[in-house]
Write a protein that binds this ligand. Structure first.
Ligand code: Z15
Length: 827
């Protein structure tokens, strides 16, 4: 029942919501009110956490009027919005971002100073919500930032994991995971609404019944949980717009399993309650290698069913004609994780709303679009039909019917081409449901995330579907938000840019082009180089305080930060470091000839990915030796700060000279770190892979260090039979680096410790690191040569910035709008 609307008589209650005064006095007043009334403490007695909460609440208060207005508008306006469905949002810290969005950064700093507080100390207390693994989750966070900034109506839907991505520590150089209890002190940014919980059902069976002479099917579920919405503000940059991110938390139903309680088995009933609440307990820490666990499917269905019901039953007016649903919403599927939403919407339309199957299917096909983020076959999700049927029996039935009707169409077109039908069936020969196929059949559009990736998706992963559905496949190259990754992360560069080309570039990033002529201006180069130097010093300070690490002045900063995965080839970079070290200690080169470099790694390995963990161990072991061997004379250093996350990225990216993007060609769908580095004036050493291709095209060959095989060359080598040992024999430096590791030089003389890494490379090398080594080492020599010419290097770095405006996520959003969503900005 809808609560009755209040009829206020007081003028204040009838007036629109107002924001506090945007002055230092107004801020101080609101801050103290939040401290006193919100936290229940006096300033003099407040703890650092009290102050952080009060500061966050104050920023929130400034956004509130706008948010309430936008929420109201989204309910009443007849415009179309984007419902972004993503199992991950890797948001990063919120306070700085929201201060930036409201333009309150300076006022807040002064206000806190006037209260005797240092805002930097308060800000540092925020624990970032790590509700994602890597690129995919961070992309979702960039996209919702851009949509708010562009004034496009959007709700982000996802899961409020109680524990986000694990906290990484190193013990004797090996990764040890700790739970990320990011909510232990509460979060000032979320608005929980337990009273608005949705009931989400699972299990049971289906039955048919007679509905006025028509046989229909219905689902009799066995158990259910409550999905409690937690709303977060997503403010646009300086535009007064605030969208919503709605994350669902699982709670046991009131009297969950009352029968068990009544039967006297209290223990069992409480256990069942815990079972329900486990659904949103923890983020799966595998990035691009799904585990196929039942709990994971529960998570997926849980948040997608809650989100669809939220939109269809609560956001749309009660009497809304659902045949017009496509005029109001597009559900964007961020990878296959939310694809169970397809049969769920069918179930809602057919079983709950009584629509005919064909009408429901027509609506569903218009309401979904699917983004694929991978080419790795092992990353394409499939769900065994027995598992799916046990958890969601009605959905399995619906999927079978979708598949039957789809395969009928295929037959109609190609006749009894049984091979093709087997290839295209949503149900694999072993009965498993191929979620990417389901998404492709149902989606109005299917997109890859960089030109090369989209092309390979069409030609290699889903060629039959590309042929069958002309016009369905498209590309949208990824982007990153310049608000967080330039303005917040690199205030020095931002100031220099604004001083040079004026404001406006932050929401129109192609304007960075106007910097191009300044690459030839010696005084601009000087200013640019000193920003980079200051960023390096700031990073040195951070790493020293955070991890006790030392960054030497005058070193080139060579950075590889991303998830640890064999396809990304952290070992390729490591082998190059080892070979340089080897060249010094064997006397082949004198330390004075070596360009001083600090190699920075940041990477988490999935806890169950043994090889990735060994590689982490090896990187740390090499660092330990290289950093302390006096023969190196301090020319090389390997730093591996633990727990790489968004907060650390914001420090590392602006300080980097060289960006390592060295995946095997055809394996990295896009990459987004590559874009962040280029935008912050690092030069890239990279393969012809993912968005590297587009970066190189834009910044120019002379400002990019390309190496390695192309994707067709990779395919040819694989077809002919790849023998890594051939490449070892052909390159003495490579041979000698591998030998050094095998000798136990990095494991106290015990060669067996890293034998699995070495033998995997020499005998299997699934991502062909050894085949690209020689070319990589040659490219690194070019890096050294250019770095020796400071002016030329800086010139290239400036051109990287000037020519990377394309990689704003605002542009990605425009492409989605033009090619897929057709959702104009509102007002
Ligand atoms: C993930 O982070 C990515 C793809 C996936 O299939 C999964 Cl499960 C997680 C990454 C890609 O590896 C990366 O190349 C891309 O830039 C990113 O998604 C965003 O599209």
């Amino acid at each position: 029942s809808t609560p009755s609307r209040p009829q206020p008589t007081h003028p204040l209650a009838a007036a629109p919501v107002t924001a506090p005064e945007a002055t230092v006095d107004g801020f101080v007043e609101q801050f103290l009110r939040n401290l006193n009334n919100g936290r229940g403490v006096a300033l003099s007695a407040s703890t650092p956490n009290d102050r952080y909460f009060a500061l966050a609440a104050t920023v929130r208060d400034y956004l509130m009027a706008r948010w309430l207005e936008d929420v109201r508008r989204q309910r009443t306006a007849q415009s179309k919005g984007v419902a972004y469905l993503s199992a991950e949002y890797l948001l990063g810290r919120q306070l700085d971002n929201n201060l930036l969005a409201t333009g309150l950064t300076e006022i807040a700093g002064e206000a806190l100073a006037a209260c005797g507080l240092d805002i930097d100390e308060v800000r540092a207390l925020e624990i970032e919500p790590g509700l994602g693994n890597g690129g995919l989750g961070r992309l979702a966070a960039c996209f919702i930032d851009s949509l708010a900034t562009m004034g496009v109506p959007n709700i982000g839907y996802g899961i409020r994991y109680e524990y986000g991505i694990f906290r990484q520590t190193f013990v004797d150089g090996q990764q040890v995971e700790q739970a990320d209890s990011w909510l232990s002190l509460g979060s000032p940014w979320e608005f929980p609404h337990p009273e608005a919980a949705q009931t989400i059902s699972f299990g049971g069976h289906t039955e048919t019944y007679d509905d006025d002479g028509v046989t229909r099917s219905r689902w009799i579920p066995a158990w259910n949980v409550q999905a409690v919405p937690h709303n977060y503000m997503v403010p646009g940059y300086h535009n007064g717009r605030v969208n919503t991110l709605r994350l669902w938390s699982a709670q046991a139903t009131q009297g969950f399993d009352l029968r068990t309680f009544n039967s006297g088995d209290y223990q069992e009933a409480v256990r069942a309650q815990t079972y329900a609440e486990n659904i949103s307990k923890v983020l799966y820490p595998e990035d691009s290698t799904p585990q196929g666990k039942e709990l994971r499917l529960q998570q997926q269905y849980f948040f997608v069913a809650a989100s669809i019901s939220d939109f269809v039953n609560l956001i749309l007016p009660r009497d809304f004609d659902l045949t017009r649903l496509p005029e109001r919403v597009i559900f964007q599927l961020n990878d296959t994780h939310p694809v169970i939403g397809v049969p769920e919407l069918m179930r809602v339309l057919v079983d709950e709303r009584g629509l005919e199957w064909d009408a429901a299917w027509a609506i569903t096909r218009e309401c979904f679009a699917y983004t694929c983020h991978t080419l790795l076959p092992e990353a394409l999700e499939v769900w065994p039909s027995d598992l799916l049927g046990r958890l969601l029996p009605r959905h399995l039935e619906i999927i079978y019917r979708i598949n039957d009707e789809f395969l009928d169409e295929v037959r109609e077109r190609y006749g009894d081409d049984e091979d093709r039908i087997r290839r295209m069936s949503i149900i694999a020969p072993d009965g498993a449901v191929r979620m990417a196929f389901l998404a492709t059949v149902a989606g109005s559009k299917v997109n890859g995330v960089a030109e090369l990736h989209s092309q390979l998706l069409r030609e290699k992963v889903l060629p039959d579907f590309d042929e069958f559905f002309p016009g369905k496949f498209t590309n949208v190259t990824n982007g990153v938000t310049p608000r967080r990754f330039v303005k917040l992360a690199n205030p020095g560069l931002s100031r220099l840019i604004t001083d040079t080309i004026g404001p406006g570039w932050l929401t129109d990033l192609e304007r960075l082009r106007e910097l191009e002529p300044f690459a030839d201006d010696a005084s601009f180069r000087q200013a640019f180089a000193s920003v980079k130097a200051a960023n390096k010093r700031a990073l040195a300070k951070t790493l020293h305080a955070r991890d006790g690490l030392t960054v030497d002045d005058g070193h080139m900063l060579d950075v590889m930060v991303k998830r640890l995965h064999e396809y990304k080839r952290q070992t390729l970079k490591l082998l190059h470091i080892v070979s340089q070290y080897d060249a010094i200690v064997s006397g082949r080169v004198s330390p004075a000839e070596v360009t001083p470099r600090t190699f920075v790694f940041g990477a988490k390995a999935a806890p169950g990915y043994a090889m990735a963990k060994r590689i982490i161990h090896l990187i740390n072991a090499v660092g330990e030796v290289v950093n302390t061997d006096p023969r190196v004379e301090g020319r090389l250093a390997v730093l591996f700060p633990p727990n790489y996350n968004v907060t650390l990225a914001e420090r590392v990216v602006p300080a980097a000279d060289l960006s390592e993007q060295i995946s095997l060609a055809g394996k990295e769908a896009s990459g987004t770190g590559n874009m962040k580095f280029a935008l912050n004036g690092a030069l890239t050493i990279g393969t012809d892979d993912g968005a590297n291709v587009e970066i190189r095209q834009l910044v120019g060959d002379e400002n990019f260090f390309l190496f390695g095989m192309t994707e067709p060359e990779v395919a040819t080598l694989a077809d002919g039979g790849y023998h890594p040992i051939d490449f070892v024999r052909a390159d003495e430096n490579l041979q000698s680096a591998l030998d050094l590791i095998s000798s136990g030089a990095f494991s106290g003389g015990d060669g067996s410790v890293f034998e699995p890494v070495v033998s995997n490379l020499v005998h299997h090398d699934p991502f062909m690191a050894l085949a690209d080594f020689t070319s990589y080492a040659a490219a690194q020599q070019k890096v050294d040569a250019l770095y020796a010419d400071t002016e030329a290097w800086t010139r290239s770095a400036i051109l990287n910035v000037a020519r990377s405006g394309f990689f704003s996520s605002d542009r990605s959003m425009r492409d989605y709008i033009d090619r897929i969503w057709h959702t104009p900005p509102v007002r």
